[in-house]
Design a protein around this ligand. Structure first.
Ligand SMILES: Cc1cc2nc3c(=O)[nH]c(=O)nc-3n(C[C@H](O)[C@H](O)[C@H](O)COP(=O)(O)OP(=O)(O)OC[C@H]3O[C@@H](n4cnc5c(N)ncnc54)[C@H](O)[C@@H]3O)c2cc1C
Length: 363
């Protein structure tokens, strides 16, 4: 069974891996480079129970377990590790604690312990996405570089049979839209609910904090009194990642054309210096901007496209796309090859829930 997966982010890579494990023939079609969008620029933070008491609970718990077993099985080239997670308060105008605590500056105060190594973990998300796709390729998956321009349909009804790219056509037994926030453009071809893109900025420093690894969720008050909630993740490779400064700048049509908002990286750098003095002095290795895919109700779209045979969608994972990639790929692979999603039931994420007449994608 050949499955055409449109989009080479964490969701497409995970689906390719689990389809290949089942003996299917996945083909990932990616326009601008595997993990070049949010899946390569996100935090890569993972939590066991932060989605409890929401419809995401089972998906998150299964994914948290799969992250550990995938790292074990595939040699962990993506720096998976457990870590402690703290909530921190910082204020650029007045020091919060007055004393340095470990790698945190005198301006930062520890407010709460949000997670222990039993419940929180991390991966380097670009390496995770590329590593999973590489593992899928070793099991027979293929990667095609190209922009998907259209879908192909059977003459005799509402059944999808392939895709048209800028370099030709590809035939398949099923097609999956996994183009992150650009999945919205697939509303031109299929009856899909709207998908939006919300922008965030990030910096990566050559800095390894002393002591055991700690992820930080920060409540920061800037010099001008504005409030932000950046996240800081020291990584196993000796770097430290910080993200924040969200914005509603419109999504560009080309994933390769995403640019930072003016001044966003400078603001983030000033915040980083306030959190930990070591970050102020460290070499800056990368400065990124990316869009997370969001739906009307904040939950993913995972399942068959209403009314079109052999068409599926897998997107809208919002702030938890790296965490929830494994169980999303696993369950969707079962649905496509066997007709039943398992072990996680994907019913809460059925795309048809958002297909009320007034909510249909306007494209
Ligand atoms: C700043 C930030 C920090 C985050 N931190 C975390 C975190 O700590 N933990 C966590 O779990 N999640 C986090 N997330 C969320 C996570 O990054 C996303 O949910 C996830 O990466 C979405 O993956 P995806 O595969 O759906 O989409 P994407 O990564 O956007 O991939 C979609 C791919 O489709 C391709 N594409 C688009 N259009 C076409 C086309 N026409 N033809 C071919 N290819 C196409 C794109 O080039 C892209 O590579 C964060 C997000 C942001 C923005």
């Amino acid at each position: 069974m050949r499955v055409l997966i449109c989009g080479g982010g964490a969701i497409g890579a995970s689906l390719a891996y689990f389809l290949a494990e089942r003996g299917a023939e996945p083909v990932v079609i990616e326009r601008s480079g595997v993990a070049n969008a949010a899946s390569g620029k996100s935090g890569g933070f993972l939590a066991l129970d932060w989605c409890d008491r929401t419809p995401l609970a089972a998906l998150a718990r299964r994914s948290f377990a799969l992250h550990e077993s995938l790292a074990e099985t595939l040699g962990n080239p993506w720096g998976y590790r457990r870590l402690e997670t703290l909530q921190i308060l910082t204020n650029a105008r007045q020091p919060m604690s007055g004393v340095a605590q470990g790698w945190l500056g005198a301006g930062a105060a520890v407010y709460a312990r949000l997670g222990a190594p039993e419940t929180t973990a991390q991966v380097e998300p670009a390496a995770f996405t590329r590593g999973l796709l590489e593992a899928a390729r070793r099991k027979g998956a293929r990667l095609e570089v190209g922009e998907i321009l259209d879908l192909r349909f059977a003459r005799d009804g509402w059944r999808v049979t392939g895709v048209t790219t800028d370099s030709g056509t590809l035939e398949g037994d099923a097609v999956v839209i996994a183009m992150g926030p650009w999945s919205n453009a697939a509303g031109r071809w299929l009856p899909l609910p709207a998908v939006y893109g919300l922008k965030g900025h990030s910096l990566v420093f050559a800095y390894r904090p002393p002591g055991p690894p700690q992820a930080l969720f920060v409540e920061h008050e800037a010099e001008d009194g504005s409030r932000e909630s950046p996240e800081v993740f020291p990584r196993a490779d000796g770097t430290t990642y910080i993200c924040g400064v969200s914005s509603r700048t419109p999504l560009p049509a080309d994933p390769g054309a995403v640019e930072a908002d003016p001044g966003a990286h400078e603001r983030l750098r000033a915040t980083a210096a306030c959190i930990a003095p070591g970050l102020a002095e460290a070499e800056l290795l990368a400065a990124g901007a990316c869009y997370r895919p969001v739906t009307e109700d904040g939950l993913p779209l995972l399942g068959p496209v209403t009314g079109v045979e052999d068409a599926y969608v897998a997107t809208g994972h919002n702030v938890w796309g790296i965490l929830n990639a494994p169980a999303s790929g696993e369950a969707l692979a079962a649905l496509i090859t066997e007709g039943e999603a398992r072990p996680v039931d994907l019913e809460p994420f059925d795309p048809s829930r958002l297909l009320a007449f007034d909510r249909v994608n306007p494209l």
